[in-house]
Design a protein around this ligand. Structure first.
Ligand SMILES: *Cc1c(COP(=O)(O)O)cnc(C)c1O
Length: 477
């Protein structure tokens, strides 16, 4: 090591010096002394490595202490925590997709910390089946003969293909060979499940004759995939479910549909076209034998994969070894059962995802006006002199790969703070607040979409603004 590097290295504060700082005790209590030491030594090692690469790395004891404190503060706070979703995207996959209804949260709490009937029949005093709690509800709500739930919809598709079409051929239209959310790619999922994919048609058009021609000795199923957030527009055609069902059943094949979002109720009341998005019941009525869908997309429940359809096919899934690896936890089942019971009662507006999608434009406008006034009152009391606040019309989206072409007319509060740097920078600082806010940033303004705000979120946004406005300049950047 050359002399210059050695000199610089000597300026790094020692571990003992860091551990002696007055605020360290608080973190030792929260994280344990050994973990604090471990985190600080990692930080110091990274600094040393940087200096070896570049002896001119600038630092002083004070910035290292500040960095150490910020690191411990970050590690002491929960990583998975509540945020304010001001993006107007209702089913935001990165922000946890659907919010559970209050009743669902209550049922989760009731079973999470207590013994419960997960796999116990109170009538018989012996082992029960965890699927029974929700199967009859899914059947009631979709008209299916039988139902099964697994970890998520990806797992549902893998289990269904493995149990019903392994080592056989499955026919799928090229227009439906999609990739969903980065890691769910239909060809890969089919390969993983051991079914042989037979692609037919072209990207934009597939005809009944294409399916007919492709059916051979080895064929087990016709597979239909909801294209999620991908849409072919213009010159295109696909074969209606009814015709596919007729063909499949005449040839002794299974017709399976991966519906993705899986709505239980008609969304056309919210101005969303249901042409490409049938309800689960409609898909079954059209003749699909197996339908899979997510619990936490349009249905508005917990992360789960539901499989509904013909009794003898579901029975083959129920006895498949893979099910053991995909089974659902008690908290998820409690939340799902409670959510399905809301549908059973017709209490759709108690499901936050449904409530937010159906929110009326004038309701959102009134909420935006109210929040604008609240924000103005807040800014009048600050040292900020230049600000502009207005309620503006915006386009919200359903998200979660549902209704990609339907925009929901909404309202947002637009905030301009010309003295405070770019909107992007402000959005970044709002994310770092004690109660993080995820806002939209368009040109020079921040946008708080009203549709996805939950009770109390306006107060949280004002608290976050208060926090970042008074942040010392160096901490803010
Ligand atoms: C979202 C989606 C999936 C994956 O569902 P997860 O519940 O996220 O596992 C699969 N297929 C389609 C068509 C989807 O839209």
């Amino acid at each position: 090591m050359d002399a210059k590097i050695q000199t610089v290295m000597r300026k790094i504060p020692s571990m003992d010096r860091l551990l002696a700082l007055p605020w360290v005790a608080e973190y030792e209590e929260k994280l344990g002394r050994e973990t604090v030491k471990f985190l600080l030594s990692e930080m110091l090692a990274a600094l040393r490595a940087k200096i070896i690469k570049d002896a001119d790395t600038a630092f002083d004891a004070e910035t290292i202490e500040a960095e150490a404190r910020a690191l411990l503060q970050r590690k002491a706070a929960p990583g998975l925590r509540r945020v304010v979703n001001a993006t107007g995207v209702v089913i935001h996959t990165n922000l946890g997709r659907s919010l559970l209804a209050d009743e669902a949260v209550k049922e989760v709490c009731a079973v999470a910390g207590a013994y419960n009937t997960l796999e116990y029949s109170l009538d018989e005093g012996k082992r029960g089946n965890r699927n029974d709690h929700v199967e009859w509800l899914l059947c009631r709500l979709t008209g299916a003969e039988a139902a099964l739930v697994v970890n998520n919809n990806a797992a549902a598709v893998i289990l269904a293909l493995s149990a019903l079409a392994k080592d056989k051929e499955s026919i799928v239209s090229r227009g439906e060979l999609v990739e969903i959310g980065g890691s769910f790619r239909i060809p890969d999922i089919m390969a993983l499940s051991g079914t042989k994919m037979v692609e037919i048609g072209t990207t934009n058009r597939t005809h009944l004759g294409d399916y007919e021609k492709a059916i051979g000795e080895e064929c087990a199923m016709l597979l239909k995939i909801h294209p999620s957030n991908y849409r072919i527009t213009g010159f295109h055609s696909a074969v209606p479910r009814e015709e596919l069902a007729e063909l499949a059943h005449a040839r002794g094949l299974i017709l399976m549909e991966d519906l993705g979002s899986g709505m239980l109720i008609d969304a056309s009341a919210a101005g969303l076209s249901s042409e490409n998005d049938p309800t689960v019941a409609e898909s079954l009525r059209a003749g699909c034998d197996i339908v899979t869908f997510s619990g936490d997309k349009l249905l508005g429940g917990p992360q789960i994969g539901a499989i509904v359809g013909k009794k003898e096919l579901i029975a083959r899934l129920k006895s498949h070894q893979l099910l053991r690896a995909l089974r659902v936890d008690k908290m998820t089942l409690a939340a799902f059962e409670a959510t399905l019971r809301l549908y059973l009662r017709g209490d759709y507006s108690a499901v936050p995802t449904v409530e937010m999608i159906f929110k009326k434009e004038d309701e959102l406008r009134a909420a935006a006006m109210r929040f604008s006034r609240g924000l103005k009152n807040f800014f009048k009391k600050t040292r900020i002199r230049r600000f502009s606040i207005e309620a503006v019309p915006v386009k919200d989206t359903v998200g979660g790969g549902s209704f990609p072409q339907s925009e929901l007319p909404g309202f947002a509060v637009a905030l301009r703070l010309p003295e405070m740097g770019s909107a992007g920078k402000l959005a970044e600082r709002l994310r770092s607040a004690a109660s993080p806010v995820i806002a939209g940033a368009a040109e020079d303004r921040l946008l708080f979409h009203m549709r996805t705000l939950r009770p109390g979120d306006e107060k949280r946004i004002i608290a976050a603004l208060d926090e970042i406005l008074y942040m010392p300049a160096e901490k803010a950047h």
